[in-house]
Design a protein around this ligand. Sequence first.
Ligand code: DOR
Length: 312
Amino acid sequence: MVNLSATFQNHTFANPLMNASGVHCYTTTQLDELLASSAGTLVTKSATMAYRQGNPKPRYRSLALGSINSMGLPNEGLPYYLDYVLAKQTQADVPTLFLSVAGISMQEDLDMLAQVDQSDFNGFTELNLSCPNVPGKPQVAYDFEATEKMLDSAFKLFHKPLGVKLPPYFDLAQFDIVAKILNQYPLAYINTINSVGNGLYIDVDSETVAIKPKGGFGGLGGAYVLPTALANVHAFRQRLNDSIAIIGTGGVQTGADVFAHILAGADLVQVGTQLAKDGPDVFARLTQELSDVMAQKDYHNLSDFKNNLKEL
Ligand code: DOR
């Protein structure tokens, strides 16, 4: 018998799967649909302090090999998502929830963290340091000094379990530097990766880009990014303190892809592009496929293969 239950810090989820922030998590209706699905838990859309319209449309395009987006953090504002998780966490059968925040400035991040800290929220808070789509705002986590300053300030005022959403890194020296910074803090987890920022999809027939904001530049997801996501999960698992858990995000289309994320060291696995394509039913398929892969290999628990990737 295969048991998909996933331990994450001292919490247990029915299985390791959840949505990636930004996909199917803008409204309470979508969030309720995730709760009703086979996902182990959910994360809310990255919130700013107040409602934000985001970038002009079209701002998301599904592609043969994945997706490109430049949403620009459209969201209902922190109170909307905080009210949702506060209401749900009192209900039986609701797993521990994840609340994502992404301020446009460091001060906005700190103000939101202070608000969450003072609330009764008892789940995980995720600080998104990697949105590639706000015109004129670089991704914080590519600026190592700014990242350290942000975490210094965050941990002075925030006392609940905190994770950070990271952008993909591409050089082993970057993993060394970032892991050294992260290991200084009592982080609950990292979530790796956000979309691969500022890709450019070109439709040759019409000689145009695929999305309107930023002249067509946008974050890539889906099959395009799976090997990059796996590399980031594995490189960080090799460098981070054991006390810091890892959520692997990027490129999951099948149960085998979920298996690969866990083999690379992920504790939980998020699904973005494929969830946008298939809707919340994707979690029933992925949990079944993951069970099938495990059964075939005679693995009974995630711990039988987690972080057991073999080298040649
Ligand atoms: O790809 C992304 N799109 N990553 C984020 O962090 C935010 C989102 C958006 O709203 O643009």
